[in-house]
Design a protein around this ligand. Structure first.
Ligand code: DAK
Length: 257
């Protein structure tokens, strides 16, 4: 797995993808979005990998789309349209994705973190949607995801002022799962990933899908989806093994079947 703009490191069931344009604060150029998308799609298909961790390294998560690259583009420039297609694929990754956010997560960077399933933030993390300062608005889900996560008024303030949230406020408002010292951020994300990787994977996949469903459907439809997924899992070998192991007071051995 060789990509110019991301580094992929696999360790058993965990893959860590590191954005790698530190000189531009990991600004999300077309090339970076494309590499990230292709790497994550490849990992999603990799039977060995169960959980993906996304990080920007030890200084910055991502300072948003690459403004230098975007400045002279029109709305129908292939670079903008193709970027959108690659970006959409990141939202469709079926395996759990944990973000380890150190430093700035702004604009597209904040949106990338929000499209992950769990966010571990370093004490120095800063989240924001400063697009309004450039005469645009968030374009990869920021107005929608922030509103779902924080409620209308808080989302509105962030999107209209472009102000940043610090890590503690982000945790208090429910934007991130937890805040840890920067030097422990990736380790904590990997620990969470390992915990998930040890669970029966059919249940993990169904659980992710069901939780995501809640953002896109009404309650009745969401409950129906949950019920069907629940029944389906009753037919799995891992379900029998999980329950039998509990009854026999032993550790379950899951096979992903
Ligand atoms: N793009 C390009 N270069 C960037 C950059 C960015 N977003 N952010 C930083 N850099 C570059 C700087 O230009 C500088 O490069 P040199 O001048 O040294 O060559 C280098 O990174 C270091 O940055 P600073 O010198 O500015 O560092 P500071 O620590 O002083 O400030 C900062 C850090 C993060 C506060 C500041 O750099 C900053 O405000 N950056 C811009 C943040 C921003 O506005 N982000 C939102 C971008 S708009 C789309 C969907 C969504 C989007 C696009 C398309 N489609 C549907 C197609 C998303 C849009 C956005 O994210």
């Amino acid at each position: 797995m060789n990509y110019e703009n991301v580094i992929v490191a696999k360790d058993g069931a965990i893959a860590v993808v590191t954005l790698n344009r530190p000189q531009a604060l990991n600004a999300l150029s077309y090339g970076l979005v494309k590499d990230l998308s292709l790497a994550m799609q490849e990992l999603d298909q990799d039977a060995e990998v169960r959980v993906i961790v996304v990080t920007g390294g030890d200084k910055v998560f991502a300072a948003g789309a690459d403004i230098k690259e975007m400045a002279d583009k029109g709305p129908f420039d292939p670079l903008i349209l193709e970027r959108l297609a690659y970006r959409d694929k990141i939202n469709k990754i079926s395996k759990p994705v944990v973000a380890a956010v150190i430093g700035f997560a702004l604009g597209g960077g904040c949106e990338l973190a929000m499209s992950c399933d769990i966010i571990v933030a370093a004490e120095n993390a800063r989240f924001g949607q400063p697009e309004v300062n450039l005469g645009i608005i968030p374009g990869s889900g920021g107005t929608q995801r922030l509103t779902h996560l924080l409620g209308k008024h808080r989302a509105m303030e962030l999107v209209l002022t472009g102000d940043m949230l610090n890590a503690n406020d982000a945790e208090r408002l429910g934007l991130v799962n937890r805040v840890v010292p920067a030097e422990l951020c990736l380790e904590e994300a990997v620990n969470i990933a390992r915990k998930i990787a040890a669970k029966p994977q059919l249940a993990v996949r169904a659980a992710k899908e069901a939780v995501l469903k809640s953002a896109n459907t009404g309650l009745d439809e969401g409950l129906e989806f949950e019920r069907k997924a629940f029944y389906l899992l009753f037919a799995s070998e891992d379900r029998s093994e999980g329950m039998q192991a509990f009854l026999e007071k032993r550790k379950a051995e899951f096979k992903g079947k």
